[in-house]
Design a protein. Structure first.
Length: 165
C-alpha cells in the first residue's frame, strides 16, 4: 500500500535584523491565526442571505404574495435607513405617471409585522424632522438685513461738526 503525502509550500517574506527560532515561531503563529480567521470568514459569508434593496424580479421569484406601500420621492432615503436597520428585503419601483414621482416599496407578505413596525418608526422620525425644521441660514440673514435697514431709517445723521482750535 502506497501512502500519499500532501505537502504544501508557504512563502513568507520577513524583514528582521536577526532571524531566530523565536522569530520563526511568531511568524508561523500569526500565519495560522490568519488562516483560521479566513476560514471563519468564508463560512460566515456563505450562511448570510442577502438583505436590503433588491430588484422586483428577484423578490417576486423568491416569494409569493408580495405587499407594497407608496412613498414619495423626498422620503426614500429615510425609509432606506429604517429598512436597513431592520434587515428588510425590499424592492423599489418608480411610478412616473404621477407628476411628483412616487415610489412603490414591495416586500414579502411574511414580513408584514416587521414592515409595519419599521414604517411606524419611519413616520415618527419624519414627523420629528418636520417639527424641528428651523429657518435656513439665508432666510435668517435676510430677516436680519431687513431689520437693520429699518433701524437705520429711524436715525438721522448729524453732519454739523464744529472745528476746534
Amino acid at each position: 500500500m502506497q501512502e500519499h503525502v500532501n505537502e504544501k509550500t508557504i512563502a513568507l517574506q520577513i524583514k528582521a535584523a536577526r532571524f531566530t527560532a523565536v522569530e520563526l515561531k511568531k511568524v508561523l503563529n500569526k500565519y495560522l491565526a490568519h488562516r483560521k480567521n479566513v476560514k471563519r470568514g468564508k463560512k460566515a459569508i456563505k450562511s448570510v442571505k442577502p438583505l436590503g434593496k433588491t430588484t422586483l424580479e428577484n423578490l417576486s421569484r423568491k416569494y409569493d404574495g408580495l405587499k407594497n406601500i407608496e412613498i414619495n420621492e423626498k422620503n426614500i432615503k429615510d425609509f432606506e435607513k429604517v429598512a436597513k436597520k431592520y434587515n428588510l428585503e425590499y424592492a423599489l419601483k418608480k411610478d412616473t405617471a404621477s407628476k411628483p414621482p412616487t415610489y412603490f416599496v414591495f416586500f414579502k407578505g411574511k414580513d408584514l409585522d416587521v414592515i409595519d413596525f419599521a414604517f411606524k418608526e419611519y413616520l415618527k422620525s419624519s414627523l420629528a424632522k418636520d417639527e424641528d425644521k428651523r429657518p435656513s441660514l439665508k432666510d435668517r440673514l435676510k430677516t436680519m438685513v431687513e431689520k437693520s435697514k429699518q433701524m437705520d431709517k429711524g436715525k438721522e445723521k448729524k453732519l454739523d461738526k464744529e472745528q476746534s482750535l
